[in-house]
Design a protein around this ligand. Sequence first.
Ligand code: NAD
Length: 405
Amino acid sequence: MINVIGLGYIGLPTALMMATHGIEVVGTDYNEDLVTTLNEGCTTFKEDGLDELFQDALNSGIKFSTEYQRTDTYIISVPTPYDKFSKKIDPCYVISAVKSVLNVAPKGATIVIESTVSPGTMEKFVRPAIEETGLVIGKDVNLVHAPERIIPGNMVYELLHNNRTIGADSQEIGKKIKDLYSSFCQGKIIVTDIKTAEMTKVVENTFRAVNIAFANELAKICRHDNMDVYEIIKICNMHPRVNILQPGPGVGGHCISVDPWFLVGDYPSLTKVIKEAMMVNDSMPDFVLNRIYEVAKEKGIKIDRIGLYGITYKENVDDIRESPTLQMLESQRKHLAIELKTYDPFVNYSISENQFFDFESFLQEIDLIVIMVKHNHIKEKYKTIKNKIIVDCHNIFPDKDVYHI
Ligand SMILES: NC(=O)c1ccc[n+]([C@@H]2O[C@H](COP(=O)([O-])OP(=O)(O)OC[C@H]3O[C@@H](n4cnc5c(N)ncnc54)[C@H](O)[C@@H]3O)[C@@H](O)[C@H]2O)c1
């Protein structure tokens, strides 16, 4: 039996996937409400294919509990935030989950950490936390790091098809966990050591962050001199060895906007490019705010007639963590400004003062719409919003009348 600890965006689909592939699974989360919801037969977030997978897993006998189970394999998928000042990882959730597991784990159990951690976290924090209980790693308990790569919006497909990395202290334990993931994963599974596995995950997200920052910096340069960044990127990308990403209003979510900071925190004098890139990405919501101000001034539009479309951090998901829209509203609050109106078809609970839950009412109250998130919903509504001033942060409407970042 596998006990998956932490049933959020990563832990839940992982637990369901294993359960539907012949593995006995108990999912544990200390959030009682979340466990109750799951036990009532409902999923806790929206994701393509998740409800179907959930039903299949229920039929396959998956159980949900707030109790940690006594079993030989644990998968821990709890949050790994970073300290806003030092930029270092805050491993408190991982340590706490490991300690809870150790209270019930039998001798020889294997603990797999799926949470993203900075290189050296297992060495500096997790191993000492285990050793201080008197247990010997490799004998009484085994440690593995199996970072997750799936992207919200395509999680079910990617769980099945992505390649995976497994970091273990020995080939024997690595192979045991590889066999476990092979039950559902059709991608390649590489077994390596723990620190390499830690580093690869953070490096992958850092690569993405730096490349996004490059596109965002180009957008700023082009805005400064009134050049069309999209046209320039399109032409440059016709070069056989150039592949520039698209600029946007900022980076959110729990990975690309967080993980590169781990490297900056741990290697401050060696991460000049990464640090600058992160700062460029973090500056984008303010850059867009300034752009909105310019357009509103040019068009004579009052602040209370401006609306932000999209609150989530990416399209077609309901995850709002660290989203550019939230960063923008936060920036407004710091300046004691009136919050801009907001609407998101995926967010049906209140997160800001001037939020709308009905698209038509939102449109009635605004003259300028800022497209912060390229949900499919808005792509289909161009005709409905054509009479508004549009600031399109994703170039989904490349018309001459539409303003871009
Ligand atoms: N969300 C993503 O897209 C994504 C992608 C790849 C990797 N990751 C990484 O996966 C990890 C988990 O992220 P997430 O998005 O699933 O987080 P999440 O916040 O959605 O879920 C974490 C869950 O863990 C539970 N939890 C925390 N501590 C616990 C404990 N001690 N015992 C039991 N339950 C506990 C929380 O109640 C919560 O339900 C993070 O390290 C993240 O960086 C996330």
